[in-house]
Design a protein around this ligand. Sequence first.
Ligand code: ATP
Length: 464
Amino acid sequence: MAGIGGSLARYAQRVAVDVTMDKIVSLSRRRGFVFPSSEIYGGLGSTYDYGHYGVLLKNNIRSLWFEAMVQERDDIVALDSAIILNPKVWEASGHVSGFTDPLIDCRTCKLRFRADQLEQSHCGRKPSKHPGEWKECDLTEARQFNLMFQTQVGALEDESSTAYLRPETAQGIFINFKNVLQLARRKPPFGIAQIGKSFRNEITPGNFLFRVREFEQMEMEYFVPPAEAERWYRYWIDERFNWYVKYGVRESQLRKREHSAEERSHYSSGTTDIEYLYPIGWSELEGVANRGDFDLKQHTEHSGTKLEFVGDDGERYTPYVIEPAVSIERIFVAMLVDAYDEEVVADRDRTVLRLHPAIAPVKAAILPLIPRNGDMVEKARGLYDELRKRHIVEYDDGGQIGRRYRRQDEIGTPFAFTIDDHTLDDDTVTVRDRDSLAQERLPIGAVRAWLEEALERPWRTPKA
Ligand code: ATP
């Protein structure tokens, strides 16, 4: 049965939206997704804290990645390795000597640039040009700057106690290869997946969460017989690309970009970035690399422990590794940008996050139409208590109903159940759809099943 929303929907006018990073930052702040970290002390450049909805959104991204990579597969197991590893790990992996970016300082404007990104950088003078383009620019020679954060383990600050915060989660997986191979009784092809914080002392952090110094990586190392590496490399590029499409990211905003031989890391024999069209332009969302046998061979050599596969028939080889690697932060920004929309409904502006229901922080709002009406409140709270056992849902009785809808629109809540006069007569509620604004009535007893079914339905964004 169509309700009043049917008529409202007819008045919705899409407006062409220029989704800037500023709009995303401001919405994130306004609705409590993300706050600048240490704000009361003036902040600390490019570090952020996550508020309630940010935590919920991150939880969803993390668990849907884990679902696709581990839960729904027979060939991948999970791992959670330490953040501070034996420093020899980072010598073997090449990070101590080679995990560097070339750094250039300007003696005039005191800014610091990445030598390989001068074209994308802006000089401190006005009007801003690329560094080196003003005659006053006084640039230093490029010097290599190691991105790993150092720390001391134990009380003695001598060289033997220097350790690093991990700059990637992958090495924790390689050094556990033997443990997993033996205990999980696996043979290639099989994978090990890990989610956890990584740290990089980036020279030029910025663009909100896109490049931060502390981020949560989701990496999976897939070990394969060398002859199958190319096939699995292509397979994982497609799998990961399709994961974004499945969770509502518009295909028109995604592309695969294969690295040229010069661009590839020393360990890689093939790398493809899955790029998203961020407000800063096409940029790496996720990387898929064919790392060959580089890592297992390096750790075999440096540790003296053979990291290889030995079959029952005596077959023996060092597997090749295919690695899809991404951070929750880059997915977080891509999903917010992709979801952000503005329209005019009945002469009023509406900002809405058209997030896939599985990604949305809150799945449904339960709203008594008239908060002063004790019967409505009681019914609404009863429904809320039923739904919250299974889902993240929100009860809201603060302010006008229109305002409450807008609040839910801005955090991307896909459905709102409103308890009104009719509910008191016939035990039906109105369900409002975030995207179409259509409304229908449902028996209150059927809401839970309806919601569960709705959350499982395939979803496509109405955004162009
Ligand atoms: P970039 O070239 O953008 O610095 P990268 O190629 O060094 O990235 P990888 O080492 O391949 O990145 O890291 C794997 C993934 O981790 C990236 O695809 C990205 O999703 C994420 N990532 C890397 N650095 C950062 C960062 N500073 N902030 C947020 N996410 C990051």
